[in-house]
Design a protein around this ligand. Sequence first.
Ligand code: HEM
Length: 277
Amino acid sequence: MSDDSLPPVLENPPLTYTSYLMVNELIDLQRPLSEPAHHDELLFIQIHQVYELWFKQLLHEVDAAIECLKADNVLPVHKILKRVTTIQDVLSAQLAVLETMTPQDFSVFRERLNPASGFQSYQFRELEYVSGSKDRRYLPFHKKNPPALARLEARLEAPTLWDEFCALLHRRGFDVAATTPEADSEESERLMEALAIIYNDNEKHYDLYLVCESMVDYDERFQLWRFGHVKMVERTIGILRGTGGSSGAGYLRTTLSKRFFPELWDVRARLGGIHAH
Ligand code: HEM
């Protein structure tokens, strides 16, 4: 690099990379607990922090998608969910980084983490809630963190991505209720018929069809992350209980069947059966 290709050194720049991004503060946020600090604990802390930043971004994006649905602004939802699923691919790929940590290395500082666990990630739980998996049993684990509890309670009250999609279908003239129907009700059957129409005549309902498929992509990637995480857990701690107090991999396997949009999976069985005009 020749000297004249370097930028000039400014005496008093109004803004710098470091000040704008608060890099000094950011790289001071990793505080290993092991003494002497185990080499791998920095990776363990950083990877969780990176996940939390991405969870923040995902919430920001899913909230934006909900606002678009409310405003009948359908195509941008597809664009937003494309970003969401791209981030999810990064999240799943990142698991491999932590898998370079051996069980022996983890065991050196794992005891220090008790009783902390990713199980207590309130942003992860918020993502589940805003996406439609509203299991209240997770609330008590946050009672010592009032701001987190307040966020989760607000998410439980607020409409989900699916709720807003159903409301949109109602406004678009499909014969469905404006609110998400109870499972196995007459209204849920009408919703399934509407979805089958969207899929079978996807050129006519192209924007809705694209959003449906983006939601399936999102749901599928969430499930793939859960699977990747449980495999990582199995290879790192085997059958040990979790630091959060659950049965460990056994508990995590019970979460693998969670689906945010079961209707979008179930409708596939009836595609081809209903033809719109
Ligand atoms: C060596 C690495 C890891 C191990 C051994 C591990 C282990 C576990 C275990 C055993 C649980 C069940 C709850 C408990 O009793 O603790 C759990 C839950 C969880 N972990 Fe991890 N984990 C690891 C890395 C990560 C990373 C990097 C993340 C990213 C944020 C993460 C996020 C979560 C989340 C969100 C849950 C709750 C899942 C649910 O309830 O559906 N974990 N983890």
